[in-house]
Design a protein. Structure first.
Length: 160
């Protein structure tokens, strides 16, 4: 059953790229006592994710941050090396934190995983976005399969 508005974000360990390589970070560290926009997508360097989803948040990062947002987080079931390279390729700079859920621990814990073994991609994340306040989901936008409408940066801006 997928996570829903009012639920607390589960405590799992994710990874971000640090100066010395991949560094663990817990969801408690990412979300406690903060107001965060999280958007998740099926994979780095994939067509819709690279052409629309991440670029929309890059373009609108300043506007989103002006709405009292502490962090914008991009999460995917990729490793920290891939997320770092993709962030650099997309010019995210310091505006978006690229977070790796390489083992799909978070994705499965929130019930938003998708089996894409038939496409050679293994377990991936569904496409969605959230507004999280102090570790609690305040807004949740889950995309219908094959769609990109509900989880966009523009939609988040309307909701903030």
């Amino acid at each position: 059953m997928p996570i829903k508005v009012g639920d607390r974000i589960p405590n799992v360990t994710l990874y971000v790229m640090g100066e010395a390589g991949p560094q663990p970070v817990t969801t408690d560290e990412l979300f406690s006592a903060k107001r965060v926009v999280l958007f998740a997508l099926p994979g780095a360097f994939t067509p819709t994710c690279s052409a629309s989803h991440l670029p929309g948040f890059v373009v609108h990062a300043d506007e989103i941050n002006e709405k009292n947002i502490d962090n914008i987080i991009c999460l995917s079931v990729n490793d920290a090396f891939v997320m770092d390279a993709w962030g650099k390729a997309q010019n995210v700079d310091h505006n978006i934190l690229m977070v790796a859920d390489g083992n799909a621990d978070f994705t499965e814990a929130v019930g938003l995983d998708e089996d894409r073994h038939d496409r050679g991609m293994g377990i991936r994340s569904q496409r969605y976005s959230m507004i999280i306040e102090d570790g609690v989901v305040k807004t949740l936008n889950i995309e219908a399969p094959g769609k990109f409408e509900a989880s966009s940066a523009e939609k988040i801006l309307e909701q903030l």
